[in-house]
Each structure stands twice: as structure tokens, then as C-alpha cells.
Design a protein around this ligand. Sequence first.
Ligand code: GTP
Ligand code: MG
Length: 197
Amino acid sequence: FFAGPCDFLKGVVALDGLPDADRPEVCFAGRSNVGKSSLINALTGRKGIARASNTPGRTQEINYFALGARGYLVDLPGYGFAEAPIAKVERWQALLRAYLAGRVTLARAFVLIDARHGIKKVDHEIMELLDRSAVSFQCVLTKADKPRGGGLGHVIESVRTDLARHPAAYPEIIVTSSETGDGIPLLRSAIARLMPE
Ligand code: GTP
Ligand code: MG
């Protein structure tokens, strides 16, 4: 399924620019720099299809990638700190929240959490928005190659405890690294199940 075509479709800066809601989509949400764009590159096996960088605030539009005709992968701007002009950040934050709350064909939101840091206050705020909007979401830990010692286990346990507070959360946590490829096949199959042929 991911071996098939995957093409950049468009970058969206306002709700009226969203593509027709005619097929399922999944999106990647998370704090700036958590690894959303890198994860899309790892999933599609195409380095650079989504632009990643060390500067928080790299992705400033809602970027659509088409998996043939089966569905869309959606790369979102980050929330939280960003190195960009404040007026611009406020505009994309409002767009991001409106998208998450109102996109009818959003089959699941993947909420990315840095495997070193766990869930922060701003992540809870986004999860609460998804709860209120009845949008099913699933946590994906990113950068799992980074924690040392028992760090990863502790973060997984604390995320599991936090998720119990969120009615829209899917209980399974997917642990990934875009560097090593860990967890990428599992995430691909979760996405494939949401996009029937
Ligand atoms: P914004 O678009 O700014 O919100 O960021 P983003 O969430 O799209 O993050 P991006 O994919 O641009 O990655 C941010 C930085 O983290 C880059 O320097 C990546 O190389 C690095 N990174 C992403 N995923 C991983 C990973 O799995 N392991 C490691 N070690 N680094 C990663
Ligand atoms: Mg990005």
C-alpha cells in the first residue's frame, strides 16, 4: 500500500482551501519539532517529500499527500513554540484547531509525543479539543532512538496513564523512530486499516 504512489497534493492556508472531503485522511499533530514531517518521510520511504528541519515552526501550512486515490496523509504545522512571526503563528494555530475539530473525513489524528519528554500541557489541550470534537486519536512516540536507560519505559507508562483521561484516545501507543525505522511498519498498517480499498 505504501509502496504505491504518494504525491504532494497541496499546502493549505485557509479552511476553504481544503481538498474535497471525498476520501479518508489521517493527520500528524504535535508540538513543533516533534518529528511530524520526518515521520511522513519515513512512512512513505521518500526522504524530503515532507520538509523537515531543526528549526521549530518549519511546517507552516496544512500539507496534503495523496496515497493514490485511497486517502490522504496530512502534515500539520506544530503547536507550541515556533521560530516565526507571531501573527503568522497565530493564524496557523487557529487553522490547525479548526481543521482538527471540523474535518469530517479525518479518520484518525495521530498525536506525536517526543519519547524523551512525554505529554506536555499543550498536548493535553489538543487532546481535549479532540475529545470535545469526538475525533478518535492515537499517540505515537517519536525519536525512540534518543532515550537512554529506562527512560523510554517510564515515558510509555506515563503516557498510558495520561491517555486514560481522554475518552477519544485509542489505547494502543505506537513507538517509532524515523531514524532507525522502528515502529514504522506498525504505523503503516494502522493507517492502511483506516483506508479501505
Ligand atoms: P515543525 O514542522 O517545525 O512543527 O516540526 P516537525 O514536527 O515536522 O519536525 P521535523 O520532522 O521537521 O523534525 C525536527 C527535527 O527532529 C529534525 O532535525 C529531525 O531530523 C529530527 N528528528 C525527527 N524524527 C527523528 C527521530 O526519529 N530520531 C531522531 N534522532 N531525530 C529525529
Ligand atoms: Mg514539520
